[in-house]
Design a protein around this ligand. Structure first.
Ligand code: KIV
Length: 272
């Protein structure tokens, strides 16, 4: 019997050890082809529940189901061999109790083969994070602007303005660290607070709209490649205009079909 081969994949523990080192590069992926493109460049790939809005056109992430996350997690695992793949626990799949969270996270881990799960919440999720970690499920936490709480946060609004909100967010970060999270995503949070949190916690902070002070950065890939013409959040830098490229390609195809320029001889099977 041959010895088991060592995984080339970056583990959640290795992500945790990157505190204060070279910034962690993270992006979202939902499909095998995009995951393949990201794998050599990214330390961490998140199968985010943003897929509900980005892929399925939902108005928020609240309608995303566990089965959707498992299917997309599996697709991303098929396209990667190096990056640490983390899959979001969707709304309604973990908030009721640590036991419910364990059942959902165990399904995601077992059925997709991913390395860890992410959940939204700070101090209020501490007991749940500890419950999962103690049972072998690595957890990345997500604090600050939490899209699953859009209805109680009062919209997609920048977090951490004002002393009280700042203190609460710092307490949240310390609580998820204490509970055993290997990293924490900080979303939509003012720079001085993101910097303070990064200095005070011993786990890596991964920012999205939370300044360069964080230990790593994450963006929704579709945002950075410019898939959408209508809206670019302030914290997104567009590195390409893929939406325009697709639009031009489809317009050219449509014109070719209408003028019978496609298919040409090169795309046509002959008898010989
Ligand atoms: O769902 C998602 O894509 C996320 C990132 C934006 C961090 O949670």
């Amino acid at each position: 019997m041959s010895a088991p081969t060592r995984s080339k994949r970056i583990s959640p523990r290795q992500i945790g050890e990157r505190k204060g080192a070279t910034p962690i590069v993270a992006l979202t992926a939902y499909s095998t082809p995009i995951a393949r493109l990201l794998d050599t460049h990214c330390d961490l790939i998140l199968v985010g529940d943003s897929l509900g809005m980005v892929l399925y056109g939902m108005p928020t992430t609240l309608g995303v189901t566990l089965d959707m996350m498992i299917n997309h997690g599996l697709a991303v695992m098929r396209g990667t061999e190096r990056a640490c793949v983390v899959v979001d626990l969707p709304f309604g799949s973990y908030g009721a109790s640590p036991e419910q969270a364990f059942r959902s996270a165990a399904r995601i881990m077992a059925e997709s083969g991913c390395s860890a799960v992410k959940l939204e919440g700070g101090a209020e999720m501490g007991a749940t994070i500890a419950f999962l970690v103690q049972r072998g499920i690595p957890v990345m936490a997500h604090i600050g602007l939490m899209p699953q709480s859009v209805n109680t946060l009062g919209g997609f609004r920048v977090q951490g303005r004002g002393e009280q909100e700042g203190r609460k967010l710092l307490d949240d970060a310390l609580a998820v660290q204490q509970a055993g999270a290997f990293a924490v995503v900080i979303e939509g949070t003012v720079e001085p607070l993101a910097r303070t949190i990064t200095q005070k916690v011993s786990i890596p902070t991964i920012g999205i709209g939370a300044s360069v002070a964080c230990d790593g950065q994450i963006l929704v890939t579709d945002d950075l490649v410019g898939m959408f013409a209508d809206f670019t959040p302030k914290f997104v830098k567009r590195y390409a205009e893929t939406g325009e490229t697709i639009d031009a390609a489809v317009a050219a195809y449509a014109a070719d079909v209408r003028s019978r320029a496609f298919p040409g001889d090169e795309q046509t099977f002959t008898q010989a």
